[in-house]
Write a protein that binds this ligand. Structure first.
Ligand code: URP
Ligand code: ZN
Ligand code: ZN
Length: 441
């Protein structure tokens, strides 16, 4: 590699090239650096912040073979889009070590904010997030959703959506609260699959009516996949993301004693074993295009416990950016659920294509030299005590994993060597200026 780029690929490159350093990849797999298209570093939630900032979060990502993340800059209702971007750029620049981009969450489209979009788009922010839930802060109505789709489509951008029906959730919360049912399990029960199906279906209809592309984030359930599949009949293009936790964990996590299951309070919640099976099947079949993490950690002690006695006060979200690549390799490739090629597609290549990251997601000449050397047979056990994530628990505590990230290069620079940080310099992560999204996977 030269100037951070891959310049040659071949068997015996020593004949024609000189090298500053040769790295022995004997018996290792070599694949493109992971891209996690859904993280929340330093996110303000319920009077606290997600516990990883762009420094600790990207250190964790790199240790796990993820060399790029796309985080979310959220517009405050009443504020401008540029205000949101300024805030998130300040959080990331000078701190991030992996490369990073932003999806921009629009919560208030008006004459003023509409005018901001073209310049923001040109600056490399080409995907826009919308919410059908979190009334009062992030949620927008269908009219605004349609308007956003039209604005973004005209520029060649992509609308993404957190699809859960707010009315369903609010009704359920009221019911459980009135009955005095306040443990973390009732968070999960108040976010039923029907709420996800209802919102996803509605937003897909809106995208269809507006001839807009759509990317559905953190899809958690088989019934949602069935609703998405129906769009094949009308030849609609919907990109689908799931997350590691929806593939690997099942809803028995909510039966843990006491307040323990608050660790799994996220939206949508963890579903049934059958949903996990449906998601693996859909990944294999190409209906799901990317596996993200929705990394949004909160300490169990000191943050999650704000909701001990009232599940509605538990900050929503969980950690995972460090473990995604190894877990999907172990549970996916090693267990024969997906091929190695599919693994690379859903952890890196497709996110690069969908989100217009033209220099990322593949080991090709001219691409950024984001490279992972991976030992496919090394066994290790996940534990929060050895994790780089700044959080006091791990969703996969005690799980044995087959396959380990050994060495990671970010734009040609070794940042992890033999499993250990190697000159990870704070602030060396670069903002990824993204292009229009690419329909053709
Ligand atoms: O519970 C979650 N997923 N928290 C992070 C924010 C979001 O909704 O994606
Ligand atoms: Zn979400
Ligand atoms: Zn999220």
């Amino acid at each position: 590699m030269v100037d951070e780029k891959i310049v040659a690929i071949g068997d015996d490159l020593k004949k024609h090239h000189s090298f500053d350093e040769l790295i022995d990849a004997h018996r290792l797999l070599v694949f493109p650096g992971g891209i996690d298209p859904h993280t929340h570093m330093d996110l303000p939630v319920m009077g606290t912040h997600s516990s990883d900032d762009f420094e600790t979060g990207t250190i964790s990502a790199l240790h796990g073979g993820t060399t790029s993340i796309i985080d979310f800059a959220n517009q405050e209702k009443g504020g401008t889009l540029n205000d949101a971007l300024d805030i998130w750029k300040a959080k990331a620049s000078g701190k991030a070590i992996s490369d990073y981009g932003f999806h921009l969450t629009i919560t208030d489209l008006n004459e003023r904010t509409k005018k901001e979009i073209p310049a923001i788009f040109k600056s490399g922010i080409t995907s826009f997030k919308t919410f059908t839930a979190y009334r009062g802060s992030l949620m927008i109505d269908d009219k605004m959703m349609g308007e956003i789709m039209r604005e973004i489509k005209a520029l060649g951008g992509l609308v993404t959506v957190h699809a859960e029906d707010a009315d369903t959730i609010e009704d359920k919360i009221r019911e459980y609260k009135n009955a005095g049912l306040l443990t973390p399990k009732y968070h999960a029960l108040s976010h039923p699959i029907s709420a996800e199906v209802k919102a996803a279906s509605r937003v897909m209809d809106l995208a269809y009516q507006n001839e807009s592309g759509l990317y559905i984030v953190h899809t958690s359930a088989g019934d949602t996949l069935k609703a998405i599949q129906k769009n094949f009949d009308r030849r609609q293009r919907v990109f689908v993301e799931t997350c590691t936790q929806y593939l690997l964990l099942d809803d028995s996590v909510y039966d843990q004693p006491g307040f323990e299951s608050a660790k799994y309070v996220m939206s949508p919640p963890i579903r049934s074993i059958d949903d996990c099976k449906d998601l693996w099947y859909a990944l294999r079949a190409g209906l799901v295009h990317s596996v993200a993490t929705d990394h949004c950690p909160f300490h169990y002690k000191g943050q999650k416990d704000a909701g001990d006695g009232d599940f509605t006060k538990i900050p929503n979200g969980a950690p995972g950016v460090e473990n995604r690549m190894e877990l999907i390799y172990s549970e996916g490739v090693d267990k024969g659920r997906i091929t190695l090629e599919k693994f690379v597609e859903v952890t890196s290549t497709y996110a690069a294509r969908i989100f217009g990251m033209k220099n990322k997601g593949a080991l090709d000449i001219g691409k950024d030299a984001d490279i992972v050397l991976f030992d496919p047979s090394a066994l290790h056990t996940i534990s929060s005590s050895s994790s780089k994530q700044n959080v006091d628990y791990n969703l996969y505590e005690g799980q044995t994993v087959t396959g380990k990230v050994i060495t990671v290069l970010r734009r040609g620079k070794v940042v992890v060597r033999n499993g250990k940080a190697d000159q990870m310099e704070k602030g060396t992560g670069q903002f990824i200026k993204r292009d229009k999204f690419n329909f053709s996977l």
